[in-house]
Design a binder for this molecule. Sequence first.
Ligand SMILES: [Zn+2]
Length: 69
Amino acid sequence: MEKKRARRRRDLLRMKQRALRIYPHDKNATQAEYLAVCSCWMCGNQRRNDWQPKIERLTMQERRFFGRV
Ligand SMILES: [Zn+2]
């Protein structure tokens, strides 16, 4: 049976090759683990969405805190 670490290394190499095929400009294949690179309003980080109002970018906790002050 193949060792676990050897399997992971082999998988990572394969995933990196695939990432390079999809994103050739990304030489280090940083997106190898997760190829769907997207920052739309559904996938992206809510705190970095510049197109929504400032209050929407805060967490619920912060919204409650600033609402009280
Ligand atoms: Zn998206």
